[in-house]
Design a protein around this ligand. Sequence first.
Ligand code: A3P
Length: 283
Amino acid sequence: MAFFKYKEILFIPLFHSVETLSYVENEFQLLDDDTVVVSYPRSGTHWMAEILSLIQSHGDPSWVQKVPLWERAPWIEIDVHLQIALKNPSPRILNTHLPFQLFPKSFLHSKAKIVCTLRNPRDVMVSAYYFRKGYKDCNDLETVEEFMESFLSGEVGYGSWFDHVKGWVEMKERANIFFITYEELQQDLRGSVQKICHFLGKELNSQQIESVVENASFHKMKDNKMSNFSLIPESIFDHTKAKFMRKGISGDWKNHLTVAQSERFDDAYQENMHGVNMTFPWE
Ligand code: A3P
């Protein structure tokens, strides 16, 4: 795929520009009542944005059924989405895949709430391997092993998963950042929604929580054209080659990596995550 580098990180020219990345990093103002989904691509970003949209509407699904996800929760670093983010009324839900060092500097004196959503990097890698096939200029012939090497060395869009996670984990003592994993969402979506509501200071009754859980389920999102990526034009994404809502499970990497590849991944993981002060469900 075609990329350009901004401060050592790869970005896609179709969506990003140096001007926007620099503006977002240096000038974009986070507001105290913003909620930001921070995640590395393919970690459950859309899932979390859907959950936050449903929490914001107290479980009423009409907003998620009528308005495209990227209008409800625009990605601040994507050129066209930034314009939406700047116009959306407060309280805003924002999305970003940016590593901490490129995140708006205004965060350091802001009370904006950050929901950092993490996922087993093996599943992230497999999910990304299939998803990228939908992009027109993707090298479809690349093997899982070749893509894995690019992923492990950070030579992929948005850079290294390890650096992304390490950069955000360093912020974990701040009161306005909350960490949750894709695996926790899968294991106990209701409990996770309750924890997120608690972090956001939102009080939903049990019926409203139930509606958030039901409407953020994989099958509901898969059928909701406002959330399932199907509105992305064919000129950008070939929907016959890749599905955004692919499997929605944890542990699919076991169906794609050989024992040797999995060992290679484990070694890189140990080497890169040594000393990181957080435990994850996949460890
Ligand atoms: P798979 O490719 O493993 O199926 P992101 O939004 O960060 O790009 O992440 C996309 C991944 O999240 C895809 O993973 C997608 O299927 C999964 N996903 C999206 N919505 C989901 C949901 N409601 N429940 C479970 N997984 C979901």
